[in-house]
Design a binder for this molecule. Structure first.
Ligand code: FPP
Length: 203
């Protein structure tokens, strides 16, 4: 084992896919797969804390996912609400800071309130930052970045944004600012490791 392979990453990202395949393999409805996905996430949070990983980003629901059948989408929304009420206190006690990255305008008021509550009640925790990308999309992220950069420019009276203004205003990148994502894991068991060189080593 090389020294590099023993090193613990500071920031890990997980794409929460494979739930449907998990359920199908067991002749269960897809919803069971999503439910298992949430329980797996709780175990992963604990595993990250045990290994002193500082940031965990999960890509939970993309803006593309609205195109899924309406009963699956509403089932997922209900599952998220249930997960917040079931696990929020435990996450707080574990020292987890929760941050939501994504467009909240399209989600129900109930879910928006739950996200706000999750963020505000855990804002001072520092053991692990859990970034939940929800209703997140690249276009949305870029629009946010452009808006924030324009607002900063207006305030500074400047005309041309410098690179750091643009980078610091990207919401998801802002969550990564103290530590860029080093590993992206998908449930298909592929591990992409991002190295400082910016190259990707598929493992
Ligand atoms: C993709 O699996 C998974 C989703 C679209 C939703 C995942 C989100 C959750 C389970 C809720 C997360 C909750 C919180 C609180 C963060 P898939 O159906 O595409 O599976 P497949 O790749 O096997 O088809």
């Amino acid at each position: 084992m090389t020294d590099q392979s023993k090193a613990v990453p500071r920031h890990v990202a997980i794409v929460m896919d494979g739930n449907g395949r998990w359920a199908k393999k067991r002749f269960l409805p897809r919803f069971f797969g999503h439910k298992q996905g949430v329980d797996a996430l709780v175990r992963i949070v604990q595993a990250c804390i045990d290994r002193n990983i500082e940031h965990l980003t999960v890509f939970a629901f993309s803006s593309e996912n609205w195109k899924r059948p309406s009963d699956e989408v509403s089932g997922l929304m209900g599952l998220v609400l249930a997960a917040v009420s079931r696990y929020l206190a435990r996450m707080g006690a574990m020292g987890v800071r929760i941050r939501i990255v994504g467009d909240r305008d399209a989600v129900s008021e109930k879910l928006r309130n739950a996200w706000n509550e999750a963020e505000s009640s855990t804002q001072h925790n520092r053991k692990l930052t859990l970034n939940v990308a929800f209703n997140y999309g690249g276009r949305w992220d870029i629009v946010q970045a452009a808006r924030a950069a324009l607002a900063e420019l207006k305030q500074a009276g400047a005309l041309i944004p410098n690179q750091s203004v643009l980078i610091n205003t990207l919401p998801l990148l802002e969550a990564q600012a103290s530590s860029e994502i080093e590993n992206i894991v998908t449930t298909a068991d592929r591990l992409f490791q991002f190295q400082n060189t910016g190259e990707r080593a598929d493992q």
